[in-house]
Design a protein around this ligand. Structure first.
Ligand SMILES: [Zn+2]
Length: 118
């Protein structure tokens, strides 16, 4: 993943969130502080989930490409085989779900599947 492109993507997402917040404010000139705060939280949480997803992908790539140690099955102590791409869905604060695409390890001995920690 290109980190520079990721930052540009975040800037774009931030701009959308800020503009969305301002449009909402203009459409709700009489909104209470509580309503404004709730709407702002919604925008921030959405942005947060998107950034978290992107940032998590970066650490995974590092983890797999630079890790010297091959993870092993805790039961059989056999080196896991990493042929399968899996998608893991995680819930974040604010109720947004993010999907992480990651290498998925299979134990050649017992067939258990593992995602790397994190
Ligand atoms: Zn095993």
């Amino acid at each position: 993943m290109d980190t520079h492109k990721t930052v540009e993507h975040w800037q774009e997402l931030s701009r959308e969130a800020m503009q969305g917040m301002m449009s909402w404010r203009e459409e709700h000139p009489k909104a209470s502080l509580g309503e404004i705060e709730k709407t702002l939280d919604g925008h921030i949480m959405k942005l947060r989930a998107q950034m978290l997803e992107d940032a998590a992908q970066l650490s995974e790539m590092r983890e797999w490409s630079q890790s010297a140690a091959v993870p092993i099955c805790p039961d059989c102590k056999a080196a896991l085989e990493f042929r399968i791409k899996g998608k893991r869905e995680l819930q974040t604060q604010g109720g947004y779900s993010i999907r992480l695409e990651r290498d998925y390890g299979i134990c050649p001995s017992c067939g258990q599947g593992f995602f790397p920690p994190g």
